[in-house]
Design a protein around this ligand. Structure first.
Ligand SMILES: Nc1ncnc2c1ncn2[C@@H]1O[C@H](COP(=O)(O)OP(=O)(O)OP(=O)(O)O)[C@@H](O)[C@H]1O
Ligand SMILES: [Mg+2]
Length: 226
């Protein structure tokens, strides 16, 4: 399988000076082939969100490098990165980032707007994802009328609706119990069969799903759990 994601000594410190930095991400080497699922666990503030931001090209490293699908992110403009995200990456943000004035299905359908797909097809695609995630009954409701776990699944549906090659899911199971969490991770892991690559972060070290590569992060350092 081709390499989907590769980081080499990827490093991000805050503030971005060398005098007294917090090493949010410290010399991370991570390589995932297309179709691999990575589950990264680690305590609060260990650097999970910062790492995903660097991989998504939402943030730039102080040191080291990241490549997606064989393309070096350092060589890409912010516009090119935004286009790459839109076309090939599905992002689930830790704080969901759902739009309050849109219904659930309209939130899910947002990534389809730039594709030029007609309104009805967008609605059908969005509703299909909501149904797969057990949310058919909330399609017309705005996010504020949903529970935290439901909002989280709407955010997940929005990340998947565009058929991305790489899914970056930041604690997509933080609002649900362990059993639901296993189901969400299993649903994400099933994307492997279609050659999709998935990175999932979690606080929950007990979360284990068959067929995933497991990593642990502490103080910016990433280690594979073997
Ligand atoms: N914009 C920023 N400015 C300064 N420090 C930051 C910034 N963003 C993150 N940090 C620091 O970097 C470290 C890693 O933060 P990050 O959000 O990546 O952790 P996390 O593992 O996602 O935590 P959580 O599990 O609580 O979401 C923390 O010490 C945090 O305070
Ligand atoms: Mg985080």
């Amino acid at each position: 399988m081709p390499v989907a994601l590769r980081t080499r000594q990827l490093t991000r410190y805050y503030p971005a000076t060398r005098s007294d930095p917090v090493r949010a991400v410290d010399s991370v080497d991570l390589e995932l082939a297309a179709g691999e699922i990575a589950l990264i666990s680690g305590p609060s503030a260990c650097g999970k969100t910062t790492l995903l931001g660097l991989i998504a090209g939402l943030d730039r490293p102080n040191d080291g490098a990241a490549e997606l699908f064989g393309q070096s992110l350092a060589e890409m403009s912010d516009t090119a990165l935004a286009l790459l995200r839109r076309r090939r990456i599905g992002l689930v943000f830790q704080d969901f980032k759902l739009l309050a004035n849109l219904s659930s299905w309209e939130n899910v359908a947002l990534p389809l707007v730039p594709t030029g797909m007609p309104w009805r097809a967008r609605r059908d695609a969005a509703c299909e994802w909501l149904e797969r995630l057990g949310l058919a009954e909330v399609a017309e409701r705005p996010p504020e009328q949903l529970s935290g776990g439901q909002q989280q699944r709407v955010a997940l549906a929005r990340a998947l609706v565009n058929g991305p090659d790489l899914v970056l899911a930041d604690e997509p199971t933080s609002q649900v119990d362990l059993e639901s969490a296993q189901r969400i991770v299993a649903a994400l892991a099933s994307l492997s069969a279609a050659g999709k690559t998935v990175v999932i972060t979690t606080h929950e070290p007990a979360l284990a799903v068959h067929g995933t590569r497991r990593f642990h992060m502490v103080a910016g350092r990433l280690e594979e759990v073997r």
